[in-house]
Each structure stands twice: as structure tokens, then as C-alpha cells.
Design a binder for this molecule. Structure first.
Ligand SMILES: [Zn+2]
Length: 353
């Protein structure tokens, strides 16, 4: 396999350096015969989308393995070297994640929800007494994560918690005992409070999350994944008069306060991460939304790069690290538009661009 050499300002530290990519490994020790593929500019640790659902064509659709490969290829072409899939439409096949020509994968198995508390046909929808054991099972089956849907749309067009705080806490404890981590889907004030007080690892979406929970999140290390661009895509649909009035009000109010929530979370010291949800693959748009919401440019880029990598146990550009990186002619922390135009993309040691 060829060895690549890249020279540039290494982010986030900002020091100039010379990096060699030897198989799926980064080293600073010169390797004979390396081919220089970037000389000057900036080197960014590989991008990570911490919330996306590849292999799904739409809400309620089954997992489509051909589409899963297509989405994986599209993500990689855009420089995304790792994804966290918090709940998928079906069991992810073992080739996804094992294939060195596709991004690395962290997953959460099937989402665990209350009966009627998720899209019809998706996830495991269970009575309360079965939720903690199922949550632990999913985290074991997926090798790391469980996704809990703690609140959902109601039949009358509203939105409400679907699990009691006691069930959310019991499920979180069960996943912890199994050695896993919990991603809580919440878009409701009381659901968000239940998730944060249970000590989940991440709040997914977080719409309507009360800002007085942010200090607790920061203290216990609960991350916020606002998935804002998914909401931005949904906003025109949710404004349709056909949508029940309660749903429109719930969505409209949540969406209006979402940028302020992201900024307040950052200011409180919460780890804010970039995820795209459905459809997958507009990660750079999410980074720019975070910056527009008020996160500094380097923090917004880190939310999809070094911060997200550290959070998933993936080192950045370090000796012996997995070989995921991008090269840019200009500093992507100062010019977020260039994130769409890397001069080089290396994912799992392969030169993609
Ligand atoms: Zn999602």
C-alpha cells in the first residue's frame, strides 16, 4: 500500500508539522518512499457525523442495504471518516463498519421506545417494565450504545414524554451495567429533564430543553447534539396548515429557540456535537449552523472533528492514530465555506481525494 506524506498546520493545535499515513495509521516518523500529497495549508482530523441514519430512504422505511452502501460512499466522499448511528431502521449488517472503503461506525442497534412512542415499525416499542432490559440488550448487541426515545408525538397532535423519569433512569442504569452509553432522543422539556437527571451520555435534538439543565449536563458530561439542519429541512413541511396546530406550535417554538439553546449550551461548558439525522450527509451545513448560532468557528469545526472524535474514542492527528484526515488550502476554522472543498481526503488510510 502506498504511503502518503502531508505537510501543513496541524489542527486543532495549530503547529506546523509533517504527517505520514502508513496503512490505517498516522505517524510523524518519516517513511521512505512516501508520496507528498499535501504541502502547506491546514490538516484537519477526519470528520465525524455523530447522529445519522444511513440506509434509510425515509421515515418508517426499512433498512435498505444497497442504500446503506451508497450513503456510506457519499459520506466518505465528503470527508466523513466515522459515523455514529443512533438507532437504525433494521439491524446493521456486519459489513457496514468492517469495510475499509466506508466510514468507521459506532451504532446503537434498534431504538428503544414506549408502545406507540416512535415511528410505526421502527425500533422496539415496549411496555415500561421491559424497557430497561431491552436497552441493555441493544447496547450489548450494538457494541456500545443504546438509543432511548423518551418523548414523542401524541395522537392529538401534541408532544409529550412517553417514559416516566423512573423508567428513563432504570434504563440508563441497565445500559451502564452492560458497559454501554445512552443517547436520549428528546424534544420536550420534561423528557429532556428526565434524560439529563438520569445522566444519559447525550441529548439528541434537545428541542425545548430547559436551559437550567445545562450546568448539570456540563458537570456530568452529557453532550448536546442539536441536529439543527434536519429541523431546517423539516421547517417548511411543519408550517403546512395540514399539520395539526399543536404540532406546528410545538415545532415552531422549539425551532425558534434552538440556536439560543446551542449557544447557551456552549457557554455553560456542554460538549456540543454535530449530527445530521435524516437524510444523512449535510455535516458541513450543520457546522455552519452551529457557528451562526454563536459557537466560535474552531468550536463549531471541532464539533464535527476533534471534539467528536475524542468523544467516540477516536484520536485526532496523533502518533499511531487511525488515519483519517483532510487537507485544506485555507484555515477551515476561519473560512467555514472551505469545509466543502478539501484539497485532500484520507479515510481509513485510503486517499479518497
Ligand atoms: Zn435520528
Amino acid at each position: 500500500m502506498p504511503v502518503w506524506r502531508l505537510r501543513g498546520i496541524i489542527l486543532p493545535a495549530g503547529e506546523p508539522g509533517e504527517v505520514y499515513v502508513d496503512g490505517d495509521r498516522i505517524t510523524f516518523t518519516p517513511v521512505a518512499g512516501a508520496e507528498t500529497v499535501a504541502d502547506g495549508g491546514y490538516l484537519l482530523p477526519g470528520l465525524v457525523d455523530v447522529h445519522c441514519h444511513p440506509g434509510t430512504s425515509g421515515i418508517g422505511e426499512p433498512l435498505d442495504e444497497r442504500l446503506l452502501r451508497t450513503h456510506g460512499e457519499q459520506l466518505r466522499a465528503a470527508g466523513v471518516s466515522a459515523v455514529r448511528v443512533p438507532g437504525s431502521a433494521g439491524r446493521l449488517p456486519s459489513w457496514f463498519g468492517a469495510d475499509p472503503d466506508l466510514p468507521r461506525v459506532r451504532e446503537a442497534g434498534l431504538a428503544v421506545a414506549a408502545e406507540g412512542g416512535f415511528f410505526p415499525g421502527w425500533g422496539r416499542q415496549l411496555p415500561p417494565e421491559r424497557i430497561p432490559a431491552a436497552a441493555a440488550e441493544e447496547s450489548r448487541a450494538s457494541g456500545g450504545w443504546c438509543k432511548l426515545i423518551v418523548d414523542w408525538l401524541t395522537d392529538d397532535g401534541g408532544y409529550a414524554p412517553t417514559m416516566s423519569p423512573e423508567v428513563v433512569a432504570a434504563a440508563t442504569r441497565a445500559v451502564r451495567r452492560a458497559g454501554g452509553r445512552v443517547a436520549a432522543h428528546t424534544q420536550h422539556a420534561a423528557g429532556g429533564a428526565a434524560a439529563v437527571l438520569a445522566g444519559v451520555d447525550s441529548v439528541e435534538h434537545g428541542m425545548h430543553l430547559p436551559e437550567d439543565l445545562l450546568d448539570t449536563m456540563a458537570a456530568q458530561g452529557t453532550a448536546l447534539v442539536p441536529t439543527a439542519t434536519a429541523f431546517a429541512h423539516l421547517a417548511p413541511l411543519m408550517a403546512d396548515p395540514q399539520v395539526p396546530a399543536g404540532t406546528r406550535t410545538w415545532f415552531g417554538e422549539g425551532w425558534r429557540r434552538h440556536p439560543g439553546l446551542a449557544r447557551a449550551a456552549y457557554e455553560a461548558g456542554v460538549t456540543v456535537l454535530a449530527g445530521t439525522d435524516l437524510p444523512p450527509g449535510h455535516l458541513t451545513e450543520e457546522i455552519r449552523w452551529l457557528a451562526e448560532a454563536g459557537l466560535p468557528g474552531d468550536v463549531a469545526v471541532g464539533a464535527a472533528s476533534w471534539t467528536a472524535r475524542a468523544w467516540l474514542g477516536l484520536p485526532g492527528i496523533e502518533e499511531g492514530a487511525p488515519a483519517d484526515l483532510l487537507a485544506f488550502d485555507t484555515d477551515p476554522r476561519r473560512r467555514l465555506d472551505v469545509l466543502d472543498r478539501p484539497s485532500r481526503v484520507i479515510v481509513r488510510g485510503r486517499l479518497v481525494r
